[in-house]
Each structure stands twice: as C-alpha cells, then as structure tokens.
Design a protein around this ligand. Structure first.
Ligand SMILES: [Zn+2]
Ligand SMILES: [Zn+2]
Length: 266
C-alpha cells in the first residue's frame, strides 16, 4: 500500500483547531501517513476573527520540537495564507523571514463576503455567489506568490446547504483561467478531501474541473485533508486517489524550501 502525503493539516496554531501539533504527528503516523505539512492559518482580512492570532515564532519552535520527537515522520513547514493577492505586504515579510517548505493560497473572502457565511449564499442566487468567487480565484492564481492552490471550489460547502446542489460547469471559463494561471505560475492543485465531510459530499475541486486541469496540461498535484481534528488526517485519500487516477494523474509532488523536490506515486 502506498503511504500517503497530507499537505493540509491544522494544529492549535490555528484559531479554529485545538489539537497540539505533537498529537497531530502521532495521529499521522497512526494513519500510515509518511509525510505531512502543518498549514496553520495566517489570515489578514480586517474582518477575520483570528486577525493577529498566527505566531510564526511559536509555530516554528513547536515544529522543530516535533521533528526531533518524530524522526521517522517527514514534517514540512507550511502556512495557509488567506487571499495572498490582497494582503501581500503583510504576508511577504513573514514568508521571507521564516523557512517555509510550502505555502498554500486560499480564498476565504470575496470583498467583504465570507465564503463560510450562510447569509452570503441566502442573499444571492448561485450564479452570482459562486461566480464572484471563481472570478476572484482566477485573479488570485494570476497574482501567484504561493505553491498550492487550496480547496478550489470551497463555497460549495456552505452553498450546497443553502441551494441543495452544486454544479461547476457554468463557471468553466473562470476555472480554466485559474488553471492556466496555476500552470503558468507553477502552482500545484490541491485535492482537498474536506469537501467529502461537508453537505456537498465531494472533493475539492469537482471531478469535471479536475478533468479540465489535466486536459490543459496541469500535472502538479497534492493531497490535503484540511484536518482540524486528529482522526481526519488522511481522511478520504482513497477517494482522492481514485479521483486523480481516473483523469490520468498518478503522483503527487513533494515540497521543500518552496520548491518541488520529488514525487510520490499514488
Ligand atoms: Zn481554508
Ligand atoms: Zn485549512
């Protein structure tokens, strides 16, 4: 059996996770994961409730301790930056100062609309709510400055609860623009399995969009459970594996020092 790699895991260094890093390491080993990346939130939107919460100094101290404590687990230093295209002046100095292996770019906000807010979806028809997000996502990918594009169709998690359905096809133009920007900027695409644990019950991105990515020449792929709890590490990776293989993607990339240093077969 292949040992999976999970590049999207949170710890108590994120405002919305209570689990200590060492506990997440032990759980990863238990789940048969060979390599992980701790991607705690670094949010900078003025309306983010965790504004100022992220402390890279504490994060790296903890990370080094875990690397010593778990020598057989490869632990990558990562960070999940919200809207890198909007808060670059705040983010860049931190990314330059600390030895991150890999940076995840996430879009949680479109303007002042939060993609986890029920009200946003209730107040807009799907075409508008999702459309605004995907337009902004293409803009973020074109801006670059990160290694992995996280949870591509994130709004389907809450959107599905409100509309009862999600169809990515009406947004093909924006998605393709996003893929082209990823390909041009060497940004890897994340297969994020948290969507499986949401009402939408499917991986991010939707299978159709993954097919467009491969069709356009996209090859860079990572897996992320987006675990905020120990028992979610590596969750849904067999589904992700089937999803990747079915479009002809058979390996994920491994990062170190902000660069791809190897591949792992699925
Ligand atoms: Zn996120
Ligand atoms: Zn996350």
């Amino acid at each position: 059996m292949t040992a999976f790699i999970d590049y999207h895991i949170h710890t108590h260094h994120s405002f919305d996770c209570k689990i200590p890093m060492a506990e997440m390491c032990a759980a990863a080993i238990e789940a048969g994961i060979s390599e992980i990346a701790f991607s705690d939130h670094f949010n900078n939107h003025l309306l983010d409730i965790d504004l100022g919460y992220y402390d890279p100094e504490r994060y790296f101290t903890d990370l080094e301790r875990c690397r010593r404590q778990f020598p057989n687990l490869t632990i990558r230093a990562a960070v999940e930056v919200g809207e890198p295209h909007r808060w670059q002046r705040k983010i860049q100095p931190v990314l330059e100062r600390y030895p991150y292996d890999v940076v995840l770019g996430s879009l949680h906000w479109v303007g002042n609309n939060n993609m986890f807010s029920n009200d946003y979806f209730r107040g807009n028809p799907p075409q508008v709510a999702f459309g605004a997000y995907f337009t902004e996502l293409a803009r973020m990918a074109a801006h670059g400055g990160f290694n992995i594009l996280a949870h591509v169709d994130l709004p389907k998690r809450v959107g599905f609860e409100v509309y009862g359905a999600f169809d990515i096809r009406p947004f093909e133009d924006s998605i393709r623009a996003t893929w082209q920007a990823c390909i041009d900027n060497d940004i890897a695409l994340e297969l994020n399995t948290k969507g499986l644990r949401s009402a939408a019950a499917e991986i991010h991105p939707a299978q159709e969009a993954l097919r467009w990515y491969v069709e356009m020449g996209g090859r860079l792929l990572t897996f992320g459970s987006d675990a905020h709890r120990a028992n979610n590490i590596g969750g849904g990776f067999e589904v992700a594996r089937q999803s990747a293989l079915s479009v002809g993607l058979s390996r994920v990339c491994r990062f170190e020092g902000g660069r791809i240093v190897g591949w792992s077969d699925l």
